[in-house]
Design a binder for this molecule. Structure first.
Ligand code: SOE
Length: 365
């Protein structure tokens, strides 16, 4: 780390959509959270020089480079943040970790489980983060508190859907997210990975699963949709659906959990809300109520605006970063880290194998 002053010199590799989300988080975290570091946005790296320079100027990076290897080798860099296409994560993360840098990486962590394990092993001595940002939506963090407090009782059903509709749009057909060699998979790595990360957080380990994949566009090598049945260690059962062909749905990341005493439901397209059903309410007033999760008593919300002044997508990245920096300062382990994301990757591998062989897979070991 850069001396006693608690300066943290940051490099970011990649300058696309996620590069913007991360840059905003690096810029904003200190405005809303009392973070114990002075973040120095040293360098952004992108393949095209002009684009890198423009990005640096727009998002407040001190400089720009085009070769990630020389960025990772820089002695003045403490932390490397990776938001490039999936097939490049491993090489950059491993080189950065071996150079002693902290490593933050976009999801899905890797192209497959073996690669994720290699990354986790290489980074075992440095702090790591995987940007499963939805864990820090205040409503989802509240859901976690309610589940842990036993508010819904014994979970019976976990039901997740992640629905987007851009898969058939000819304007994006060529995007890297549709290329097997760069993305590794389609809706599976891009969307189901988020749902699985949340399921593991909220409902614990999955023991067994079976799945089917569907590609709607002929010649496309990645899945457009994935359906999954799962059994959890806590004796509940789960269903998951992730698709880029859900006409009318833009970024509808939903889950619901039904337990012996109550239920909760979340939809990212209405991210300030958590629907809560309390089976303990008197019969005549029983029904789901929609909690506006923006109050001082709610997770994260008090760091931003007064109650009712709603939050958005970008706040999830700010809170992820702020939590990570707090963990770093207090020498606590941050989650989700590379080990957590490797668990998701293990499930994704099983999903693929199960779909191919049309079988159930034991993922308990
Ligand atoms: C595109 O499908 C995408 O941007 C994902 O890559 C993100 O992880 C998700 O949060 C929103 O949708």
């Amino acid at each position: 780390m850069a001396g006693q002053s608690r300066k943290l010199n940051v490099a970011m590799i990649g300058a696309g959509f996620m590069g913007r989300a991360h840059s905003n988080a690096f810029q904003q975290a200190g405005h809303f959270f009392d973070i114990p570091y002075e973040l120095k946005l040293k360098v952004v790296c992108a393949r095209k020089r002009e684009a890198a320079e423009q990005f640096a100027a727009q998002w407040g990076w001190e400089g720009s480079q085009t070769d990630w290897r020389s960025v990772v080798a820089r002695e003045d860099i403490d932390l490397v943040d990776i938001c490039t296409p999936n097939h490049t994560h491993a090489a950059i993360a491993i080189a950065a970790a071996e150079a002693g840098k902290m490593v933050l990486c976009e999801k899905p962590l890797a192209m497959n489980y073996a690669e994720a394990q290699r990354m986790a092993r290489a980074a075992r001595n440095v702090p790591t983060v995987v940007w499963f940002n939805y864990r820090r939506v205040p409503a989802i963090a509240l859901a976690k508190q309610l589940v842990d407090r036993g508010k819904i009782g014994q979970p019976y059903h976990y039901r997740a859907t992640y629905l987007q509709s851009w898969g058939g749009d000819p304007k994006v057909a060529d995007a890297w997210r549709f290329r097997q060699s760069e993305a590794g998979s389609g809706a599976m790595g891009d969307l189901l990975s988020h749902s699985l990360d949340l399921a593991l957080l909220l409902n614990g380990p999955i023991t067994e699963l079976t799945s089917t994949l569907k590609t709607f566009i002929p010649k496309r090598a990645v899945d457009d949709a994935v359906l999954l049945l799962a059994r959890f260690a806590n004796d509940s059962v789960g269903t998951f659906e992730a698709t880029r062909f859900a006409t009318g749905c833009l970024n509808r990341n939903c889950f619901e959990i039904h337990g012996s005493n109550g239920a909760i439901r979340f939809n990212l397209e209405d991210l300030n809300r958590l629907e809560v059903f309390d089976g303990g309410d008197a019969m005549e007033i029983q029904g789901s109520h929609n909690v506006l999760v923006t109050g001082a008593e709610h997770p994260y919300a008090r760091h931003f605006w007064p109650p009712g002044h709603i939050l958005g997508y970008e706040h999830t990245f700010i809170t992820t970063l702020a939590d990570f920096l707090a963990c770093l300062a207090e020498d606590r382990e941050f989650h989700p880290n590379f080990d957590d994301a490797a668990e998701v990757q293990k499930l994704l591998d099983a999903v693929e194998t199960s779909a191919k062989n049309r079988t159930w897979i034991d993922v308990s070991k």
